[in-house]
Design a protein around this ligand. Sequence first.
Ligand code: NAP
Length: 484
Amino acid sequence: MTTTQSGATPRVAIIGAGVSGLCMAIRLREAGIETFTVFEKSSTVGGTWRDNTYPGLFCDVPSRYFQYSFAPNPDWTRLFSPGPEIGAYLERVADEYRLRERIRFGVELREAHWEDGRWILTGDGVREEADFVVTGCGFLHRPSVPDIPGLDTFAGASFHSSRWDHHVPLTGRVGIVGTGSTGVQIVAELAGTPARLVQFTRTPQWVFPTVNPRYTRLSAAVYRRFPKLMDVAYRGHQWWFEALLMNALLRDGIPRRLVGAGCRLALRSVRDPGLRARLTPRDEPGCKRLVASAGYYRAVQRPDVDVVTTAIDHVEPRGVVTIDGVLHELDVLVLATGFDTHALVRPMEFTGPAGATLSDAWAHGPRGYDTVAVPGLPNLFMLMGPSSPVNISSMFNVAEAQAGYALAMITRWAAAGRTALAPRADAAERFTAGLQDALQGSIWLSGCQSWYLTDDGTPVIWPASPAAHRELLDEPRLADYERV
Ligand code: NAP
């Protein structure tokens, strides 16, 4: 057990062993703080990269940037990593940093309350005490299962895309509900395998055309021989990706026009004018989360692939019935219908010293301070917390910045006589108002339905540049915190 300079030993409970939770554990270990435990309800690490195993899964953020900056991987096989490679990378990082010895697998914590100056955490027969709680529960975690009448009467196999059943044969008639990144990736990959593939599209999406070249063995050897080059590659990929895509989303200008032109050009590759019209979105590229694919438009033009844009009415044992009364007979029905992205750490409940609860604080949706903390709940830091997914950027980069912020608060606590701090309510209100202001005029308000906003217009994602988010988290502003 390592103590800090003042002699105080912060006990830290980390919830979740995905990208964020592992990052926090590593940061604590590097700071010489060994008194932490990671609670992971599953049996292994990886978070969303463990859960999602659907065919065609790849990450549309470049691999050399979609990794921890302190643990670069010379062996990525492609510009954009296939999902299994990212899962394997996280497993390897957990081994290299000897994290498994600190992870309690198979424990789902359900409740935490503040008592006598520390958190008491309970769940799955466990009762733990901690001076700090750091959550790393992700936002693409709880499957969103649509409320379609009759869904449970379907006679074939049916599952959510993040719970793919690899035992189910895909050679018959397969239906995919959803046209987000997941639905598009599945269709692009599966087309040609099932006798009939039907994609149910409620809202057409803009699809940014992409290529995914392979890295050569030579490049891996060069990176191994000159590891500093991996840092250069990380910064380089961060720069072009953020400069092109984030600038396109944040303001009007050449990057936005280039991205829009790329999407429109790709759509023109659909030769049948009827199909093209049905695939044409009514919103601006980027209003919903941009989808990237190399092969989607090629896939939907195959004779064995149908895109159904008539709304679903109900499901019956034989398949999906659309509102025009047509029955689409299916053997397998995949729900690529996304996640409850507003759930964040829920259903876990937190109760602070004066009785403040997370449920009350989030009655109108997730909100907080500096994207990591919530008034009334001291010594609690949420990685990938309210308003922190930086749109299309690298969640590894976000996790590093937020873990650095939490570590700064943990070391400050130890050096300052164990004083527990929570953000002041007025500071959090100012912060939320700033986020709402930042949204005005953004592409995200340009007329589409997305998960990016709560009911009262608070963004669930970070509405400014990734650099501004890193700067925000660079150093906690203690004047915005109060003792509890
Ligand atoms: P999503 O973007 O939320 O898309 C869900 C899809 O399901 C939408 O097309 C939605 O239609 C449709 N849908 C939901 N309920 C429906 C219903 N009752 N009837 C018909 N259609 C329905 O989900 P996702 O594709 O799983 O992606 C979730 C997030 O994961 C994305 O935002 C992205 O950040 C991330 N992701 C990233 C990658 C990557 O490469 N980095 C890959 C996959 C996913 P509407 O649009 O009409 O609501």
